[in-house]
Design a protein around this ligand. Structure first.
Ligand code: P6P
Length: 334
């Protein structure tokens, strides 16, 4: 008889980690897990919907065919609204904060920043996509929560995680006590603990960057890429280049195999492309909790003081030794 621990059981068993919470954060994590299962169902049949003819943007039930990232956004916001533990959502899909102002949510303790379906352009070519979420405790003590409750430094997160909709669907999260990974078992519809206490390898041989932007990379990044490509048996170089173009997929692979993911400033994105609040902060915390490093090129990502909701930052994150080698190149060019 296979013994497994479901996400719900794991959250309850680790409730003691939140001495001040009376189960609210646990319920919030459970709400996110429920929405992830609903999104997973739609992501997995995205191709099927195309086959069954949604050319005129309606699905087989004659409903208006929503773009999957809009659908995902609606599912997560609905789950958070009905769960009653979240007072504000900052979503990649909304220019402004979404106040969850219902009678049960207005006193809710938690703020959620989320990219409901990151990398959604990859869905049409059947490449893994993901959800990234970040949870803070609200700062204001009463009344309506505001943007100030959202714009908090990454090191004030109380929980962060990602869902990868890939060859299997996994939910990986941290509450500051390490990182644990749960794989969705479709036969029972539950996320089951499959990767307890995840640790990213100290080093690795994979570097992950969109080299199409090479000409405009900062010199330190160009020097690092050259270092990755030089022959050196002692340091197992040349490294291997792997770039999926879906952050969650690239990060998850590096979490398991070791590696570094780089998204520097480019000609199109002078401050980097990736968003701080709902891509870089949650992923940076997970990487650090798994023993890796996460920097912006000017310091630790989790130390950045946010100024705007959708602000971007350069991001270099992954195996500790690889990020530290990059830091040497950055220091040498400063
Ligand atoms: P590029 C997806 O659009 C995304 O936000 C991340 O998931 C991914 O890492 C990055 O952008 C890819 O960007 O410019 O290489 O296509």
């Amino acid at each position: 008889m296979r013994s497994f621990l479901t996400l719900g059981q794991f959250i309850i068993e680790n409730q003691k980690d939140f001495p001040y919470a009376k189960g609210e954060l646990s319920r919030l994590l459970r709400d996110i897990g429920i929405a992830a299962k609903l999104v997973n169902r739609e992501v997995n049949k995205a191709g099927l919907v195309d086959i069954l003819g949604s050319a005129d943007a309606t699905n087989v039930q004659g409903e208006e065919q929503k773009k999957l990232d809009v659908y995902a956004d609606e599912q997560f916001i609905q789950a958070l609204r009905s769960g009653g533990e979240c007072c504000i959502v900052a979503s990649e899909e909304h220019e402004d904060i979404v106040c969850i102002d219902s009678h049960i949510s207005s006193t809710a303790k938690y703020v959620v920043c989320i990219d409901p379906l990151d990398g959604s352009s990859n869905i049409d070519v059947n490449v893994s996509v993901g959800t990234i979420f970040s949870i803070y405790r609200r700062i204001s003590v009463d009344g309506k929560a505001t943007l100030d409750d959202v714009l908090q430094q990454g090191d004030r997160q109380v929980a962060a995680g990602y869902v990868i909709y890939g060859s299997s669907t996994m939910l990986v999260y941290t509450t500051g006590k390490g990182v644990n990974g749960f794989t969705l078992d479709p036969s029972i519809g539950e996320f089951c603990l499959s990767h307890p206490n995840m640790k990213i390898p100290e080093s690795g041989q994979i570097y992950s960057i969109n080299e199409g932007n090479y000409i405009k990379f900062p010199q330190a990044v160009k020097n690092y890429i050259k270092y990755c490509q030089e022959e050196d048996s002692a340091s197992n170089r040349p490294y291997t280049s792997r770039y999926i173009g879906s952050m969650v997929a690239d990060i998850h692979r590096n979490m398991l195999l070791g590696g570094i993911f780089l998204y520097p400033s480019t000609s199109s994105y002078s401050k980097g492309k990736l968003r701080l609040m709902y891509e870089c902060n949650p992923i940076a915390w997970i990487i650090e909790q798994a023993g890796g490093k996460a920097i912006s090129g000017e310091g630790r990502i989790l130390d950045i003081k946010p100024e705007t909701l959708h602000q971007r930052t350069p991001a270099f994150l992954g195996s500790k030794a690889m990020v530290e080698k990059l830091e040497e190149f950055i220091a040498a060019t400063n």
